[in-house]
Write a protein that binds this ligand. Structure first.
Ligand code: HEM
Length: 265
C-alpha cells in the first residue's frame, strides 16, 4: 500500500492586523537614519551617506551568506555553499557597479563636506573587516582601529572562528582527499582542475571561492581609483596614506593556493 502524498499546508499568517510594508521593513527607522552634517549644507552629502549605508546593508547580507556557506562546508557539503557563494558573487558585482554613483560626486563638493566627517572613515567598517576575516584573511592588527567595545568583541569573535578556507579544506577532506599540507593540496587541486567531470562539485566550489576573492580585489581596486579621483594623494580621514595604502592591499588574495594552481596546469 502506498502512503498518501504529503500535504503541505500554507503557514498561518503571523502578522498583526493592519501590518504594512513600512512596518515589515522598519522604514521609519531606516529612512530616519540619514543625517548630513555639513554646515552650510552641501547637496551631495546625502548621496554619500546613502551609498555607504547601502554598502553596509550588503555587507550585512554577505556576512549572513558567507557564514552559512562556511558552516555548510565545515559539515562536508559542497552543494549549498556553491549556491550561497553564487548569491554573494551577484551582490558583489552590484556593489562594484554601485561605486559609479560616487563618481558623480564633484570633488570640490566632497572637499566642502569632508571636514564634517572628522576622523570617521570606511577604515573603521567592522563589517568589511569581518568579511575579510571570515573569508580567510584574519589580521588582528585591525582590532586597533577606532571602534566601540561591542564592535571590537564582534571582530575578535570573527578572528577566532574558522574561515571559508577552513570550510573548503573540510569539504575536500570529507570527499577523501589528503589536504594536510600545501603540496598535497596543490596536487588535489591540479587533479580537480584537470578532471573532465566534477561529480562532487569540488572544482565548481573552488571556482566560486575564487569568484568571491576576485570580486573583493576588484572592489578594492575600484575603491582605490574612486579615492584617487576624489582626493588625489591626500591622506585619509582614518589616518592612512589614502590611495597608496588602498593600492597596497588591492592584490592580496584570500585563497593564494587557488591562484597558484593555475601556474601548475
Ligand atoms: C568619495 C568616496 C570615498 C572616499 C573619498 C573614500 C576614502 C577612503 C580612504 C582615503 C580610505 C583609507 C583609510 C583612511 O581613511 O585613511 C578608505 C578606506 C575604506 N573605505 Fe572608503 N572612501 C569612499 C567611499 C567608500 C564607500 C562607498 C565605502 C563602502 C562602504 C567605503 C569603504 C571603505 C573601507 C571598507 C575602507 C577600508 C579599506 C581597507 O582597509 O582595505 N569607502 N576610504
Amino acid at each position: 500500500m502506498t502512503s498518501p502524498p504529503e500535504v503541505r499546508r500554507r503557514p498561518e499568517p503571523q502578522a498583526p492586523a493592519g501590518f504594512t510594508y513600512g512596518d515589515y521593513l522598519c522604514l521609519p527607522q531606516l529612512l530616519d537614519a540619514q543625517h548630513p552634517r555639513a554646515v552650510p549644507a552641501v547637496h551631495d552629502e546625502l548621496m554619500f551617506i546613502v551609498a555607504h549605508q547601502s554598502d553596509e546593508l550588503w555587507f550585512r547580507l554577505l556576512l549572513h551568506e558567507l557564514a552559512a556557506a562556511r558552516d555548510a562546508m565545515l559539515a562536508g557539503d559542497a552543494e549549498r555553499p556553491w549556491a550561497l557563494l553564487t548569491r554573494c558573487h551577484t551582490v558583489e558585482r552590484l556593489m562594484l557597479a554601485q561605486i559609479d554613483v560616487l563618481d558623480t560626486l564633484p570633488p570640490a563638493a566632497f572637499a566642502q563636506f569632508r571636514p564634517a566627517l572628522g576622523g570617521a572613515s570606511g577604515f573603521q567598517s567592522v563589517q568589511f573587516r569581518e568579511i575579510e576575516f571570515l573569508s580567510g584573511w584574519p589580521d588582528g592588527r585591525y582590532l586597533a582601529a577606532r571602534m566601540s567595545a561591542p564592535e571590537r568583541d564582534r571582530l575578535q569573535r570573527r578572528l577566532d572562528e574558522p574561515t571559508l578556507w577552513d570550510g573548503f579544506l573540510a569539504v575536500l577532506g570529507a570527499a577523501g582527499h589528503d589536504v594536510s599540507d600545501p603540496e598535497r593540496r596543490a596536487g588535489v587541486l591540479v587533479d580537480l582542475a584537470r578532471a573532465g567531470s566534477d561529480p562532487q562539485g569540488l572544482w565548481r566550489l573552488a571556482e566560486a571561492l575564487l569568484d568571491h576573492d576576485q570580486s573583493w580585489s576588484l572592489w578594492r581596486g575600484r575603491h582605490a581609483l574612486l579615492v584617487e579621483r576624489q582626493i588625489g594623494v591626500q591622506p585619509g580621514t582614518g589616518g592612512s596614506a589614502g590611495a597608496s595604502y588602498l593600492r597596497s592591499r588591492r592584490d592580496r588574495h584570500f585563497y593564494p593556493e587557488l591562484w597558484e594552481v593555475r601556474s601548475r596546469l
